[in-house]
Ligand binder design. Structure first.
Ligand code: MBD
Ligand code: FE
Length: 298
């Protein structure tokens, strides 16, 4: 059975390209690829051509997610699965394939209308090992775990679960969070590799496609240096440093120049267990700046 292996790349629309370049390089440490243009900022986390593309626009949101399969055979098998399930998709044009720096690509939409791409064979620039834009002790944790995780909008949790299950992900509800308005949020977390979760959804009231993107450092010093840079630049922090219950990741959430959140983390320590759920995190994650859709009493 064909399944996706990792969240391989992400695309975003952004109205402030200058701010994005500064934030990505000085605050996070991402590398700018040499063939970046005024209209498309290619950001690197490892030796892949890019992991993140920021496209100049008058909107500020995630514009596509790229899920990787192992082989061309798996891409075709995935297309067959979409046929069998009655899910609309199309094979991308040669130009579209080149634009993403892959060898083959299916384009479709998830149940909330988020542009979704399934690809095989990303361009890996082995002659250009990742070189951070600011000094780093370690590197970004990518590899077989992909670029990180995202929390996305889901208009229908059940339909969304079924869609990502078809792609090959597994998971379940992992928190019950009592909201101040009396409602209870039951976010769902799913994975397709050793990362505890690759996608999450089920936070009510989202307007953008994305609430946050999590990028993981493999050295805690780099998380601390990023935190200093965010503080020194007076960037909004939605949730303060804290440790999640499910993946034991030590993280904080800050505003990206597009006003969705970047969660920066270190130290996932997830031991596979029978499923359990939580009503709060281990420590921290205090709400600091409201209005970013993360006003969750974790
Ligand atoms: C996460 O990464 C997260 O964003 C939330 C809200 C809860 C647990 C882990
Ligand atoms: Fe997260």
């Amino acid at each position: 059975m064909s399944k996706v292996l990792e969240l391989g790349y992400l695309g975003f629309n952004a109205s402030n390209m200058d701010e994005w370049r500064k934030f990505a390089t000085e605050c996070i440490g991402l590398e700018v690829a040499s063939d970046t243009t005024d209209d498309c900022l290619f950001l690197r986390m490892d030796n892949h051509h890019h992991r993140i593309a920021i496209h100049k626009s008058d909107e500020d949101d995630m514009s596509y997610m790229g899920w990787r399969v192992a082989t061309e055979q798996d891409l075709n098998a995935m297309a067959q699965k979409f046929d069998d399930a009655g899910i609309e998709y199309r094979m991308a044009s040669v130009e579209e394939i080149r634009e993403r720096r892959v060898l083959g690509l299916i384009k479709l939409h998830d149940p909330s209308g988020i542009p979704t791409e399934i690809f095989w064979s990303p361009q890996v620039d082995v002659m250009k090992p990742f070189h951070p834009s600011r000094p780093m002790y370690g590197k970004f944790l990518t590899g077989s775990q992909g670029l990180g995780h995202v929390l996305v909008r889901a208009d229908d949790n059940e339909a969304t679960y079924k869609f990502y299950e078809l792609l090959g992900l597994t998971g379940s509800v992992e928190y019950r969070i009592a909201l101040p308005n009396g409602a209870v949020a039951q976010p769902i977390f799913m994975t397709c590799n050793d990362r505890q979760h690759v996608i999450a959804f089920g936070i009510p009231g989202m307007e953008k496609n994305i609430n946050h993107l999590m990028l993981e450092y493999d050295n805690i010093y780099d998380l601390g240096i990023s935190h200093d840079a965010v503080r020194n630049n007076n960037i909004d922090v939605a949730l303060q440093l804290g440790m999640h219950a499910n993946d034991k990741l030590y993280t904080f959430y800050c505003a990206s120049p597009s006003k969705w959140l970047l969660e920066l983390g270190f130290g996932e320590d997830y031991k596979p267990l029978a499923q359990e759920h939580y009503v709060g995190d281990i420590f921290g994650h205090g709400i600091e700046k409201k209005g970013y859709g993360m006003d969750l009493p974790l």
